[in-house]
Design a binder for this molecule. Structure first.
Ligand SMILES: *[C@@H]1O[C@H](CO)[C@@H](O)[C@H](O)[C@H]1NC(C)=O
Ligand SMILES: *[C@@H]1O[C@H](CO)[C@@H](O)[C@H](O)[C@H]1NC(C)=O
Ligand SMILES: *[C@@H]1O[C@H](CO)[C@@H](O)[C@H](O)[C@H]1NC(C)=O
Ligand SMILES: *[C@@H]1O[C@H](CO)[C@@H](O)[C@H](O)[C@H]1NC(C)=O
Ligand SMILES: *[C@@H]1O[C@H](CO)[C@@H](O)[C@H](O)[C@H]1NC(C)=O
Length: 410
């Protein structure tokens, strides 16, 4: 078929014994007719909950946490996955509870409220809240259709480097997080202020919409001056940067236009680098803000005159090549280009976000947002085997190939 393309054909070879090579091949057509979501890549729908911003911060999450108590209890096990050997027990039991007090409000009180409502130790709730800042890889797209409507889609991929379950052939954390995915409607005076897709127990925002004004997603940006340094500095008492997902939350809550959101996201000092992907409500309003901790390094905007009717961000600076092992940008752009501006809708964007490796083993949820209708919808995803096509020149079975590539000890 003419749509078929070979995305990558990678070989990893051991330099001393060139006969032990593992080759990886992704082969996938741009998907079509995936919407409404169904079939093996669709795990399930996401339920809605209300967060009442008129309640004191310590009480805002109680209803949600109570409703999701069984799933939220799994957060306790997540601490083991984050810190596999249990070596950092002291960190979780002693340092992190103290850290809750150093976080700005309302986040500090909200996190304490979640610990109280769930019965999970405060240190573990803090851990859950800060480690998203470090381990999220994603794909975000803002596109403008030929009528000037802005559409924003994202896959949230989470759990890299945190353990491959050999038996289940899945990333342990990604699996545990799926039951925690919720859609939230944040209200004040009984009116929606903003909506988001989130994980129960997490107070920052990775994906959200301010209806009729703007849409926002955040993707992690890996950098030497990365998350660990800023977080360490925070623990050691140097606290002049803002947590990235607290900034996105505060922008969704307080900014009242695309321009205001853009300025806040570009100018606020952060604890770690990040990409902010922002969509507005008028033609031309869509951008990727590439951030260092201190400042905005680059803003790439939709520019119809240049033929740029969408912007797409994974986890690499748009002016650089992506890591060869993790090129989700080329297939994502290829499928966007095939779709064309004329045919882009929430439905066709779901198709793009369902194409491997944009959809992959780490993909936890897909969210689609249409600002003009104030619409946010999200879906829990799966990427059933064979999610990556593993081939090799030796006698490695596909299972061994997966293991070799993805187990923590390799
Ligand atoms: C692996 O799969 C089994 C059976 O489906 C399930 O009981 C178990 O919880 C899974 N393990 C993880 C870590 O997801
Ligand atoms: C809040 O709004 C909903 C519908 O938007 C309405 O049914 C409900 O009565 C309102 N509640 C209060 C307390 O005003
Ligand atoms: C777009 O956002 C601006 C700024 O918030 C607002 O004034 C305007 O009414 C919005 N336009 C539409 C069509 O919703
Ligand atoms: C998609 O189209 C854009 C604009 O024409 C072009 O720059 C880019 O190389 C294309 N990408 C792929 C992967 O086809
Ligand atoms: C766009 O959609 C129309 C109607 O569904 C279809 O006939 C056409 O082939 C599509 N174009 C592309 C480039 O997919």
């Amino acid at each position: 078929h003419s749509n078929t393309f070979i995305l990558t054909n990678i070989c990893l070879c051991c330099p001393t014994t060139m006969n032990s090579c593992i080759c990886l091949q992704y082969t996938e057509d741009c998907r079509a007719e995936m919407y409404p979501p169904n079939g093996p890549t669709f795990r399930g729908a996401v339920s809605w909950y209300t967060v009442d911003l008129d309640l004191p911060p310590s009480k805002r999450w109680t209803a949600l946490i109570t409703a999701k108590k069984t799933d939220v209890k799994m957060l306790s096990n997540l601490a083991d996955a984050f810190v596999p050997s249990g070596r950092l027990i002291e960190l979780v039991d002693i340092t992190l509870p103290l850290m809750a007090d150093t976080l700005p409000n309302p986040f500090s009180d909200e996190i304490k409220g979640i610990a109280t409502a769930s019965g999970i130790p405060l240190g573990e709730v803090v851990l859950f809240n800060i480690f998203y800042e470090v381990f999220t890889v994603c794909t975000s797209i803002v596109a403008e259709d030929d009528k000037g409507n802005l559409i924003h889609g994202r896959n949230l991929d989470f759990g890299l480097f945190m353990g491959w379950d050999v038996k289940n052939k899945s990333w342990i954390i990604s699996e545990k997080l799926k039951p925690l995915v919720v859609n939230l409607d944040f209200k004040r005076n009984n009116q929606t202020v903003f909506k988001s897709t989130n994980f129960a127990g997490y107070v920052g925002m990775l994906t959200g919409i301010k209806p009729h004004m703007f849409t926002l997603t955040m993707n992690e940006r890996f950098s030497l001056d990365g998350g660990y340094i800023g977080i360490l500095e925070w623990i050691l008492g140097k606290r002049d940067g803002m947590w990235m997902s607290f900034l996105t939350r505060s922008v969704l809550e307080n900014a009242n236009s695309y321009e205001e959101a853009k300025a806040l996201l570009a100018q606020t000092k952060l604890l770690a680098p990040a990409y902010f992907i922002l969509g507005g409500n008028r033609t031309g309003q869509g951008c990727i803000i590439t951030r260092s901790r201190l400042l905005s390094i680059d803003i790439l905007e939709i520019d119809l005159k240049l033929g740029r009717w969408y912007v797409l961000e994974t986890n690499y600076d748009h002016w650089k090549e992506p890591l060869f092992l993790d090129d989700r940008r080329t297939p994502g752009m290829k499928c966007m280009n095939q779709t064309t501006q004329k045919n882009i809708t929430l439905k066709t964007m779901y198709d793009v976000l369902s194409t491997k490796p944009v959809l992959n083993k780490l993909t936890t949820y897909t969210t689609l947002m249409q600002v003009s209708e104030g619409k946010l919808e999200s879906y829990i995803r799966d990427c059933p085997n064979p999610c990556i096509v593993c081939t090799n020149h030796q006698s490695l079975s596909p299972q061994r190939c997966h293991l070799a590539l993805f187990s923590r000890n390799t």
